[in-house]
Design a protein around this ligand. Sequence first.
Ligand code: ADP
Ligand code: MG
Length: 238
Amino acid sequence: MSTLQLKQITKSFGETDVIRGVDLEVNDREFVVFVGPSGCGKSTLMRMIAGLESATSGDIVIDGQRMNDVGPADRGLAMVFQSYALYPHMTVEDNMGFSMRLARVPKAQRRQKVLEAARILQLEPLLDRKPKALSGGQRQRVAIGRAIVRNPSIFLFDEPLSNLDAALRVQMRIELARLHEALDATMIYVTHDQIEAMTMADKIVVLHDGEVEQVGSPMELYHHPRNRFVAGFIGSPK
Ligand code: ADP
Ligand code: MG
């Protein structure tokens, strides 16, 4: 089970209110996509869910437990960013196993987890390579692999594909959908690409100026956008 609730979350940086009263329910195994223009607060919201940033007010609840004061490592989630820095001197296997090494997981067990993740991500033939010998898509898969080995119940993806070219993005979308099936995990995915949102989401959350403008399935938002802002972002073309 892995559910997430945001209850009246706000975030201010100094005088600026960046997130303004966000309520949200994410169900177990749901694929939820946050969309909205640059600067609307998507990353800030993700970082608060991950515990990398504290909320100014409101509650973050995972599986019924209030998480506001729980550190990022103990929230049972893993985050994949747009700019994923792999360790250049380490092989794919060592990159993927690094967090387990820090946690002093024994070597045999580390290898088993990495192999499992590599199988899901089709990275098995590349485990001995260094990052510089990988394509962009392969590197991104390694970054996702690092998240998988931690067994998170919730995955947070913040524009993970935006550095990839269009063809590769299409391929990675399919792979992420397969990953969602294979892992039975809850996923929250940020994008500013409406095609990504329409094709991947069970539920889309449209953010605008730090507020939730509308929540619904892709078809609900497409056919019944609440206002012009949502229509402009998701709605049927005029
Ligand atoms: P998005 O990911 O949707 O592009 P962000 O969450 O990165 O938006 O940023 C939302 C707003 O918060 C922006 O106006 C940004 O400048 C501001 N912001 C983000 N992080 C900080 C910070 N650490 N200090 C001050 N302002 C910030
Ligand atoms: Mg962002």
